[in-house]
Design a protein around this ligand. Structure first.
Ligand code: PXG
Length: 294
């Protein structure tokens, strides 16, 4: 039998089947906690420092004091990968408010729970990368920045899940959320970009989108390749009439979008700038200078 995954919980490792936390944990009872999704490629954890920084920023916003330092958290992630002898992995880092009572007051939770799972990544079907995915604008508006903003990578993902359910029941691959002003915001777990007349645009984070680490890297990459990249408000009209549309995210990497609400994006095949960025990004994630070695 294959050896079970070893999961880190609060200082100890448990086989996957034994990796359990209390039903009184406020991460479960109230979605009170923060997380990161990180990837390792060929023994290098891509942008680990950036992910750890974002985890601590999310925690700072919800006044959750992570009981270990950033250095220690980095070491826990690396150690979990070593324990599982993994060089290519999807890493889920979760910090919850911890165990409390049946009341939402976080004051009643003395000790946050830290969980690190290193698993294999379920890659998108290669068809998605070659042909692009279908998507729909969902009726679910992204929570604005003065609400439970997705700038915080919190355990509250119902906003995205509601949108994803609409995509599922409409038989499309992905959903796109608008902000409360009707501007394009982001996918359910991806940032979004459009290409128009050779220039690249993405919505600003004040639309309520998560400041994606992949998006940031793709913007820098595109600039290095000589493209103009701008953050700007994007209307549904501009989205439907873009030359190219693509999503970015840790799990998705770069995925072309071929159709939105039954409107083809250009001729419905991945465009040249998307394809070039995909090829260059595939090299970037394997560049040892872009991450931390396991
Ligand atoms: N927007 C949202 C709302 C996200 O949750 C992104 C954008 C892309 O951000 P990064 O930093 O990954 O480029 C995300 C990322 C999962 C999973 O298992 C979710 C994400 C990433 C990895 C895995 O659902 N969300």
């Amino acid at each position: 039998m294959e050896k079970e995954l070893q999961v880190y919980i609060d200082g100890a490792y448990y086989p996957k089947s034994q990796a359990k936390i209390s039903v009184f944990d406020h991460g479960l009872l109230y979605g009170d906690g923060v997380f990161e999704g990180i990837r390792a490629y060929d023994g290098i954890v891509f942008k680990l420092k950036e992910h750890i920084t974002r985890l601590f920023c999310s925690a700072h916003m919800i006044m959750l004091e992570i009981p270990v330092s950033k250095e220690k958290m980095t070491e826990i992630v690396l150690e979990t990968l070593r324990k599982n002898k993994m060089t290519d992995a999807y890493i889920r880092l979760v910090v919850t408010r911890g165990v409390g009572d049946l009341g939402l007051n976080p004051k009643k939770c003395p000790k946050p729970t830290i969980i690190v799972i290193a698993d294999t990544i379920a890659l998108h079907k290669s068809e998605a990368k070659e042909k692009g995915v279908t998507a729909m604008l969902s009726w679910v508006k992204r929570d604005p920045v003065d609400a439970t903003s997705h700038e915080i990578k919190s355990l509250n993902y119902l906003n995205s899940i509601l949108a994803k359910i609409e995509a599922n029941i409409s038989n499309v691959d992905e959903a796109i959320c608008l902000d409360k002003n009707g501007m394009i915001c982001e996918g359910v777990a991806e940032n979004i970009f459009i290409v128009k007349n050779g220039k690249i645009y993405t919505p600003p984070s004040y639309t309520g989108a998560l400041p994606g680490i992949t998006a940031e890297e793709v913007m820098k990459l595109a600039q290095r390749l000589g493209y103009e990249v701008r953050e700007k408000n994007i209307t549904p009209y501009e989205l439907f009439n873009a030359n190219e549309v693509f999503f970015t995210g840790t799990a998705a990497e770069i995925i072309p979008v071929r159709e939105i609400n039954k409107r083809l994006i250009d001729n419905g095949t991945p465009g040249p700038i998307t394809k070039r960025l995909m090829a260059e990004f595939a090299k970037l994630v394997r560049d040892p200078s872009q991450g931390v070695p396991i």
